[in-house]
Write a protein that binds this ligand. Structure first.
Ligand code: BDR
Ligand code: CA
Length: 317
């Protein structure tokens, strides 16, 4: 938040159109210091997610940000991919520059462990894909929990799902990994569909992107076109919900999202409900202490002002 030192952030993602906007939001925000990006399967295969993260960095001349390749599949269960939403490449739409820098020569979990260990202060970890990298890290290296200031993740819902009727895609894709993280004792903030469905890229928002006199704005507008077509075709949305940047905005403005501390668990065994988050909004499970700050209300106008200002700052630099 302005005036304070920028928040050091490790960003774990599966880009993905909304992940890509979230990366740009982080890069365009002076309140965030992006230490590195780790990738995961999810919206596409991990090789494509890695290439997409690198192409986004190349678009804005920030290939100095290290990228580490993460999990190709979940800790348990079958591989789920989101190409049906994000296209063949995982980031279909406008042409992007190809990467000129290779990923770092470490796995995502080794990279995360090293960054957390070397940082002079605890680091905020943002996760906008399946939780696999963090689940593996905290299962193998539980002593690192104290090095994480908090994990802010896009996943789950207090209400309905999207990949299945009850489960959101990221939590469906690796419930065992999320379960490790939910039990870890690390401070957690959950940004689920109930919140991100308030972050709609309306025609007015897309017009503000298009009107920017640079490639960053025009590229984001074109991404919203592809993403919006998917959302209209699959879920009958009139405008696409831009989920993943909702994990970054609380680092820029503490009042843009309203939160409630709740007990949250994830269903591992349900016949129809595997990957569904169970959120105890009204303290119906009094034997279970709150373990997550759950996002409930979004100031959508302020959200878009923050996102668009960062995109314009980045594109104008
Ligand atoms: C989540 O899944 C992906 O489609 C998006 O990138 C987002 O992280 C929404 O369910
Ligand atoms: Ca994502």
């Amino acid at each position: 938040m302005s005036g304070d030192a920028p928040t050091p952030v490790l960003f774990d993602c599966d880009p993905g159109h909304d992940d890509a906007v979230a990366i740009l939001l982080a890069l365009g925000s002076p309140d965030v210091r992006l230490l590195g990006i780790t990738t995961c399967f999810g919206n596409c295969a991990v090789e494509d997610a890695t290439r997409n993260a690198q192409r986004v960095l190349a678009l804005v001349g920030r290939e100095d940000v290290p990228v580490a390749v993460g999990a190709a599949g979940p800790m348990r269960g079958e591989l789920a991919l989101g190409n049906y939403v994000h296209g063949v490449s995982g980031l279909d739409g406008p042409d992007l520059p190809e990467p000129t820098v290779a990923p770092v020569d470490e796995t995502a979990t080794d990279f995360l462990a090293r960054c957390l260990t070397e940082s002079p202060e605890p680091v905020t970890v943002v996760v906008t894909g399946p939780m696999t990298n963090l689940g593996e890290l905290l299962a193998e290296r539980p002593e690192l929990t104290g090095r994480i200031r908090e994990i802010i993740f896009m996943g789950g819902s207090t209400e309905r799902g999207n990949h299945t009727p009850t489960a959101e895609f990221n939590t469906f894709a690796d419930p065992e990994a999320l379960d490790v993280v939910l039990r870890s004792g690390v401070p957690l903030r959950m940004v689920g569909l109930n919140l991100t469905h308030q972050a709609l890229a309306t025609p007015e928002v897309v017009e503000r992107m298009s009107a920017m006199p640079h490639d960053v704005g025009r590229t984001c507008a074109a991404w919203m076109g592809f993403f919006g077509d998917s959302y209209e075709r699959i879920w009958e949305f009139a405008a696409p919900p831009v989920h993943d940047p909702c994990t970054i905005v609380p680092l820029l403005d503490p009042d843009v999202i309203g939160w409630r501390n709740c007990f949250v668990a994830v269903e591992l065994d349900g016949t129809w409900t595997r990957g569904t988050t169970v959120v105890d909004l009204f303290d119906r499970l009094p034997d279970h202490e709150p373990n997550v700050a759950v996002a409930l209300e979004l100031d959508a106008e302020r959200y878009w002002d923050l996102v668009l200002a960062a995109l314009d700052r980045l594109g104008s630099a």
